[in-house]
Design a binder for this molecule. Structure first.
Ligand SMILES: Nc1ncnc2c1ncn2[C@@H]1O[C@H](COP(=O)(O)OP(=O)(O)O)[C@@H](O)[C@H]1O
Ligand SMILES: [Mg+2]
Length: 310
């Protein structure tokens, strides 16, 4: 898959802080990339450099072959940006705001009305055209911001913390909308967030940024395996008596990566849910199984594990 976005050694230093520190990343066509990290990690700074809105201290960004620093206009033409704080002319109508965007982006006059109508329909605001922006809820304004980007019909959409300030139900709907648009229109999407469980739902790949550094990057399932030394599940097995025969039997199950005895508990790390096999190993070796609990590592565990290492 050819890279649509190529970031090489991207660095931004403000006075005495390095907000983004030698960031390297490639994002392919039609990916939904989740840019994760706590507040202050450097996500917004990186995004501004991708868009050519802030000049890097060093390093380069290439967007569809255009250099974001030297060719910002070309980059702007093919990229849609939803900033953290979306801004509209509040006392003007939704329609007028989108019209303004269309004019700014030189959309051919005869296409404008169609594009506005389609964009509003896509984001679920088909009847909002004549309402003033100030009458819209925060969630509706977020949708309008996406409609605003769609009017441009960009190849790449970058959304900075699109879910902040939205209630949980609204978040689910907004993310589903982003996924649907990305899929149907074949757009490449970058989504930044400090709220990990949310991003997990729609991203094909994530990068975790901490103090300006990309500390982990890859598809979620692989990040999980790497973070926990090859295991994704942790099973706590409580038996009436822990014996070395039982431990050995569990260790020999294919897919078990490690075991640890803690009092009457045996902690088993494994690649899959191996509860039936573990239960059998206990019983076949004259053990009495009291209970078993399974935990799978969430993105949050992964995130904490990685960010703790910096
Ligand atoms: N214009 C600026 N001047 C000085 N420091 C800045 C500026 N913008 C961001 N920073 C600092 O850079 C770091 C990264 O900020 P930011 O990119 O906004 O992080 P995030 O978006 O992940 O919350 C923070 O320490 C922030 O205070
Ligand atoms: Mg930010």
């Amino acid at each position: 898959m050819p890279a649509v976005i190529e970031i090489k050694d991207l660095t931004k230093t403000y006075d005495n802080i390095t907000a983004v520190n030698k960031l390297n990343l490639e994002i392919g066509e039609s990916e939904i990339f989740g840019f994760l990290g706590p507040n202050g990690a450097g996500k917004t700074t990186a995004i501004l450099m991708l868009l050519g809105l802030t000049e890097p201290t060093s390093g380069t960004v290439s967007i569809c072959g255009f250099n974001a620093t030297r060719e910002p206009l070309q980059v702007k033409r093919i990229t849609g940006y939803v900033p953290e704080k979306v801004g509209f002319y509040e006392d003007l109508t939704v329609h007028y705001n989108l019209l303004y965007t269309a004019w700014l982006n030189n959309i051919p006059e005869q296409q404008i009305e169609d594009r506005i109508k389609t964009a509003l329909k896509t984001v679920g605001l088909p009847n909002a055209a004549n309402r003033k922006v100030q009458q819209l809820s925060h969630g509706m304004k977020q949708r309008l911001a996406i409609a605003d980007v769609l009017v441009k019909n960009p190849r790449i959409v970058i959304l900075d913390e699109p879910t902040s300030g939205i209630d949980p139900e609204g978040v689910v709907q907004l993310l589903e909308l982003i996924r649907k648009i990305a899929q149907e229109q074949g757009m490449t999407v970058i989504l930044s967030s400090h709220q990990l469980p949310q991003v997990q739902r729609i991203c094909t790949r994530v990068g975790i940024l901490s103090k300006g550094k990309m500390i982990a990057e890859g598809p979620l399932d692989q990040l999980g395996r790497k973070a926990f030394g090859g295991s994704e599940f942790r099973v706590e097995v409580q038996v009436s008596e822990v014996t070395s025969i039982i431990i050995d039997a569990i260790k020999s199950i294919s897919g078990v990566t490690s075991t640890e005895a803690l009092g009457k508990d045996i902690i088993v790390n494994c690649e899959r849910d191996l509860r039936p096999q573990i239960a059998k190993a206990v019983i076949d070796n004259n053990g009495q199984l009291i209970q078993m609990k399974i935990q799978s590592y969430s993105l949050e565990d992964i995130y904490l594990k990685y960010s703790g290492e910096v």
